[in-house]
Design a protein. Sequence first.
Length: 413
Amino acid sequence: MTAARRDLILGGVHRPSRALVMLGVAVITASCMSAGTPSLSPPASAAAPTTRSISAPVVTRLSIPQQTERVRLKVAPDHEHVLVWDIDAQSFTFFDLQGNVLATVDGRALGITWAAWLPDGSGAIFANGPQVPQPRELSVLRWGRPRVDLGLALAPDIDGPPQSPDGDWIALFVDCCRRHVVAFRLDASDRRELISSAAPISLLGWDARSHVLVQRGNDILRLGLDGTRISTDLGLPAGAHATSAYLSDQSPDRRVTVLRVAADRPLSDLFNGFGVRSLIDDSVSEVRPPRAYAIGWIGGHEKLMFPWETVSGRRTVTAYDAIMGSERPLGVIGDGVPPSAVSGRILLFLGEPSVNAGGAVFAVLRLGLDDGYKNVSAGIDLDVSPFPLAEGRFLVYGRDGWLYVIDGEAAAR
């Protein structure tokens, strides 16, 4: 694997936070100003973004309760469902984006104190009793099915438990010391112990072949439900011993997985000393810093890349294949601000590019058609972290506590 490909892999599988993106824009802006650039105005050869008022279909408020200090909203990982937690009533209500109620759970009556989405958005996992000690009694509710008890296990983090590609299994620690991993079938009909370790291990997720990924020492173990076990060396420097790892990104088809690895000594001068490894099918490779912003996955293992460098003042936005190491152009644009998200051919920036993030203006760009962003007045203040939906649409929190959907195609017309 060439250095150039390794450089791109991190971009192909790691998405910077909105805050990081805007920090980078701010740093670049500050550097330009210190070099004598008097303002943020676009060059004379480039047309300034236009701002126009929107019609009702462009931004739609959803028929889902408003978020307040006592009512909390959590968007599902599939971006198509929303959990509403009423803290005072101790109730959990699940909605689709059309405002339909899928299920309501009386947390007080059942002793539920915590809930998280299943990663595929098909339901939720609940924990009973106090936060400590662990493990806790866990149960699962999936739409159209009764709630089932799984038994004692360590409650996963807020993003939910690692879930199998077919959606039927989850993997959890069953002890407080993170040494024993069990796979639970979500209908509670089966459970299988996958590993029992003498030392703490890291539970990472599932790969495309329905293996559970676990880090133990300097190895990645792929554990099958049938008892098979495949070990792959992480390739750390001589004398370094991994102490933990976590999954930082994974392609939608699960063939590409990026891990951050901590060891008993710094593994690099970058990434806060973490070592970054990319698992591509059965291979492991080191990841180097990217040379482009990785905006989001746009296919099974393709990611939209927004380059740092310009050629004659223009940038070629590409789709990077993280397995083949190849790129295909999606469009050449003159704008230099990376988007907040991508859906279909629409790039969305929440805020006014080169001016501010968030607020009552957002900007859209159609790849292959537009040279730069078009500013659109939203009429309400929007947050800076959108959730991509299908066909150029985006789910976004308003700063008024409501959820909205932006139709990027309608906004770009």
